[in-house]
Design a protein around this ligand. Structure first.
Ligand code: NAD
Ligand code: LMR
Length: 338
């Protein structure tokens, strides 16, 4: 019986690898930080995604247990675990998409920028691995402060000579998910029917919901606009305070990360009209990076849409957002260049 298990195990790995190489959709995805608060539910949800044929789970702790657990789910993707820096290259080799939720989360009273000192180095090391082992992979960067970690990743890739701005995306999907939820509450609609563009970045005033562009078309009083903007900008802090020292958003983030990763994979597959908000290299403003609606395709970001008409409240918000973003971007760039 022991042999029987071994044979079945290896043949299922073989079948999945064939699927991954063959014409049918099947992408290889790595999660870096897979044993964490976001990483675990994200790994579970990606194991359920039919577009994923191979799922690599990498962390510096606890991946054997998480991998054994998730590998028992009766879905198509084959799961492999990788533990510690020595296994980073194996975890990354051959990947089509790398999702990075590695790093420390906030505690009450902290800003996302307070995480810079620890997370900047983690992101740099992981991106050096990506540049070496899967330079063509699409990268979904979740680790905070996103407004600085995306510029850090870009600088690492530039140094390595592998930078393709279309393939590096800071994940701001949770801001959109929150905006859809809170706006739907105010309008009395099902959140699945609501689409709110959120632009700028992913921290405080840099999170700029464009409430004048909500679909379905609607209007808000000044009081509603101020309430919604503040709730969306402070959604992360709301969770940090409710968790009271036990971390920040993990479950809603895993949901948002999978929604975004799925959009990236549908783009890679060649689906038409895949549009989401993300923090990317951009010429939409004078800043080198900015979050806005982007069209995803076979090369990652295929098109970046302009912000569209803004009302006075949003124009003032945009100026505030740009001021803070400029400093956060510069901080990330100089961390690698210095
Ligand atoms: P967590 O502490 O629960 O998990 C982080 C994981 O990263 C841990 O398992 C840890 O072992 C791992 N890790 C640490 N150093 C690593 C390294 N060098 N290589 C690989 N893995 C490493 O934290 P979390 O709640 O999962 O949050 C992770 C990050 O995501 C935080 O920086 C948080 O601020 C950020 N976050 C971003 C968003 C967003 O919208 N972009 C939303 C929520 C959280
Ligand atoms: C969030 O928006 O929930 C994350 O960026 C985590 C945090 O620190 O708020």
């Amino acid at each position: 019986p022991a042999d029987r298990f071994r044979v079945e195990g290896s043949s299922s790995v073989w079948r999945a690898d064939c699927r991954a190489k063959g014409g049918s959709p099947g992408f290889k995805v790595a999660i870096l930080g897979a044993a964490g608060g976001i990483g675990q539910p994200l790994a579970m949800l990606m194991k359920m995604n039919p577009l994923v044929s191979v799922l690599h789970l990498y962390d510096v702790v606890n991946t054997p247990g998480v991998t054994a657990d998730i590998s028992h789910m009766d879905t198509g993707a084959v799961v492999r675990g990788f533990l510690g820096q020595n296994q980073l290259e194996d975890a990354l080799t051959g990947m089509d998409l790398v999702i990075i939720p590695a790093g420390v989360p906030r505690k009450p009273g902290m800003t996302r920028d307070d995480l810079f000192n620890i997370n900047a180095g983690i992101v740099r090391t992981l991106c050096e691995g990506i540049a070496k082992c899967c330079p063509k992979a699409i990268v979904n960067l979740i680790s905070n402060p996103v407004n600085s970690t995306v510029p850090i990743a870009a600088e690492v890739f530039k140094k390595a000579g592998t930078y393709d701005p279309r393939r590096l995306l800071g994940v701001t999907m949770l801001d959109v998910v929150r905006a859809n939820t809170f706006v739907a509450e105010v309008l009395g609609l099902d959140p699945r029917e609501v689409d709110v563009p959120v632009v700028g970045g992913h921290a405080g005033v840099t999170i700029l919901p464009l409430l004048s562009q909500v679909k379905p078309a609607c209007s808000f009083t000044q009081e509603e606009t101020e309430y919604l903007t503040s709730r969306i900008q402070n959604g992360g802090t709301e969770v940090v305070e409710a968790k009271a020292g036990a971390g920040s958003a993990t479950l809603s983030m895993a949901y948002a990360a999978v929604k975004f990763a799925d959009a990236c994979l549908r783009g890679l597959r060649g689906d038409a009209g895949v549009v989401e908000c993300a923090f990317v290299s951009s010429q939409v403003t004078e800043l080198p990076f900015f979050a806005s609606r982007v069209r995803l395709g076979r090369n990652g970001v295929e098109e970046i849409y302009p912000l569209g008409p803004l009302n006075e409240y949003e124009r003032v918000g945009l100026e505030k957002a740009k001021k803070e973003l400029a400093g956060s971007i510069e901080k990330g760039v100089s961390f690698v260049r210095k």
